[in-house]
Design a protein. Structure first.
Length: 638
């Protein structure tokens, strides 16, 4: 009992101690975030007399992040023109201009307001975001800002919302609701001015490709092949030439050629013709085909007898001119890319003397024009300079500048293409050395490369240099290239032109294989009845090449499925093309295509260029296509 009374006597004293302890350790609230800037929205602003609008003041810290929950103090420099109350409500009082200031925790922001006697007319209507993706049943919100001709925001103007495909997506007060798979254009009209956004609605769980016509990338130039289909083997060649040339143009879609000219054409002896006539054997010709013997000691005067063009002429007459005729019949030009081949480890006058290089190119141009009536469109300055040649980037740059000047003086203005390095990894450094030479960059049109060594970072570097200097890019050779490389070169390398390698090659007589170095292969086991077929990679390449023509502009395209990689194009005639690289079988739909009739095809490991039949749609409808396994699918407007 005594212990109980002792505890009872101690409790008041314990309470006092606790109270004192609490009073002696007051808690200080942590400091709030520091306001660095204040932003007023909307701005700039135009009001009519007696018109009101609500302003907002946004506080931000030093990192630019918004700080919420703070109150602004508002003032107007000219309250007789415009007043602002402490809630941020702005009112136009008389015509003129005033500065509105918002202060939050010592930081200030200001905006200009112009008060006009009559409401300014609406000049533009901006809808945000411009594209919206929804699934059926999902909603999204659009906002609209009306502006006058000076870009001033015009608040309080009534907005009328409409959808051109209300069964696909409806809109009420800026809220868009998806109803069925398809594409709808959402319009916001203020007075008589319209702003638009595109709403793509997908079926739940479906895979869809959405085309974005307003997003544009590179313009396509051509699909290239080297002028080589076994024409040196004359007896066999004559039996399959016409078929191969026709199929290159009308089946595959090749519209650009590499016309090779060997450095050894500058020589008083016609070695190639001597081989063809049996005067020398093949090994002798091969050992001397790059040997240069100067036509004379003056690079400013061409000695025609010092150049032997019989090999070049044979390729032009047997292959290139027939292709040009077929292309002309189709109403399309054939782009001719003249390429110097000079695989000698030691230097010659063409390598080391820019004036001699310029003379060489002028001699070729003058010969082709005088004999055939046309000239090449471009000069691929040197083939694979990093492959047993003495051509450095600096030498290439000096040769470009000299040749461009010499050819221009003679009335020729070809594009220049370089460096065409064997290794993609070497192309950026070569390019940097090329453009360091005076006059080279002004003449250069296309950064070219081969893929015998490759990396994604090098491809990105090439594309970046091209963009920074307003140049095209082109992959122009890799034996073994497939549609995977083609797709990457288009989308990452931003290629305008692309080549696998040569046109065709006979297999039986040469012992060659279907190694991806030729678009067509020829079984010439029966020399007088050869059988021509596509290389196994070619049907996949055709899904791009046949449909996408010179002048096509690549458009934006997005996918809801990471296994489906789309590229989209609009040809010069306005037709839309969509090519989809599929990692596996898929059922998909393409949205955003205009009214029209569309064909559909695909290539897989088991089916080549399989046509699925055409389908007609109106704007907003989807184009469906199934691909049974990995490969390439194409939707093309007819």
């Amino acid at each position: 009992m005594s212990q109980f009374f002792a505890l009872r006597r101690a409790l008041p004293l314990l309470g006092t101690v606790i109270a004192v302890a609490c009073q002696s350790t007051p808690t200080t609230p942590p400091p709030g975030p520091q306001v660095a800037t204040v932003e007023i929205q909307p701005t700039p602003l135009s009001l009519a007399l007696n018109e009101t609008t609500q302003l907002q003041a946004i506080a931000r810290n030093a990192g630019g992040s918004e700080i919420s929950g703070l109150t602004a103090s508002w003032t107007s420099t000219e309250p007789t023109i415009a007043t602002v109350d402490q809630s941020g409500t702005l009112t136009g009082i008389s015509t003129g201009q005033s500065q509105i200031t918002a202060t939050i925790d010592g930081a200030t922001g200001s905006a200009s307001v112009t008060v006009v006697s009559t409401p300014a007319p609406v000049a533009t209507v901006v809808v945000t975001p411009t594209t919206m993706g929804l699934t059926v049943g999902q909603t999204g919100t659009l906002t609209v800002v009306a502006q006058d001709a000076s870009g001033n925001v015009l608040p309080g103007r009534p907005v009328t919302w409409t959808s051109d495909q209300s069964s696909v997506a409806s809109v009420t007060g800026g809220t868009v609701t998806g109803h069925s798979a398809g594409v709808a254009i959402i319009n916001a009209t203020v007075e008589t001015v319209v702003g638009s956004a595109t709403a793509t609605v997908l079926a739940p769980g479906g895979s869809s490709i959405a085309i974005q016509p307003a997003v544009t990338y590179q313009t396509m130039l051509g699909w290239e092949a080297t002028v080589e289909l076994g024409q040196s083997d004359i007896p066999t060649f004559t039996y399959y030439r016409d078929e191969v040339v026709d199929r290159l143009v009308n089946e595959l879609g090749i519209n650009r050629v590499r016309l090779e000219v060997r450095s050894g054409v500058e020589n008083p002896t016609n070695l190639w013709q001597n081989w063809q006539d049996g005067i020398i054997d093949y090994s002798t010709w091969r050992a001397n085909r790059y040997v240069v013997v100067n036509d004379n000691g003056d690079p400013n005067t061409i000695n025609p007898s010092g150049f032997q063009f019989s090999e070049l002429d044979w390729g032009i007459e047997q292959v290139l001119n027939p292709m040009r005729a077929l292309m002309a019949a189709n109403g399309e030009p054939l782009w001719i890319n003249l390429c110097l081949v000079d695989f000698r480890g030691s230097s010659n006058i063409i390598t080391t003397n820019p004036s001699e290089y310029a003379e060489f190119m002028l001699a070729v141009f003058q010969h082709i024009q005088s004999k055939y009536g046309w000239v090449p469109n471009s000069i691929e300055v040197i083939l694979e300079p990093d492959n047993n040649t003495p051509y450095s980037g600096s030498r290439i740059g000096a040769n470009i500048a000299a040749a461009a000047t010499r050819l221009a003086a003679a009335g020729y203005s070809p594009d220049f293409v370089a460096p065409s390095t064997t290794s993609m990894l070497n192309a950026p450094a070569y390019f940097d050395d090329i453009i360091a030479q005076p006059g080279a960059l002004a003449a250069l049109s296309e950064i070219s490369y081969h893929r015998y060594s490759r990396s994604l970072s090098s491809l990105q570097e090439i594309a970046s240099r091209a963009a920074a200097n307003n140049l095209r890019t082109a992959h122009l050779e890799w034996i073994g290239a497939t549609y995977h490389e083609l797709h990457e070169d288009i989308t990452v390398g931003m290629n305008s032109a692309w080549s696998q390698y040569v046109m065709a090659q006979p297999l039986t007589s040469t012992g060659a294989s279907d190694d991806g170095g030729k678009y067509y292969i020829v079984d010439d086991g029966n020399p007088t009845a050869p059988v021509v077929s596509m290389g196994w990679r070619t049907p996949f390449l055709r899904q791009y090449m046949y449909y996408v023509r010179e002048g096509a502009v690549r458009l934006g395209a997005t996918s809801t499925d990471g296994t489906l990689e789309p590229v989209a194009f609009r040809n010069l005639d306005g037709r839309f093309i969509v090519v989809v690289k599929a990692a596996g079988g898929a059922t998909l739909s393409v949205a955003g295509l205009p009214t029209g009739t569309y064909g559909r095809s695909y290539s897989t490991a088991s089916e080549s260029n399989r046509e699925l039949g055409e389908i007609g749609i109106t704007a907003g409808e989807l184009v469906p296509i199934d691909i049974p396994s990995a490969g390439v699918a194409t939707i093309y407007q007819k």
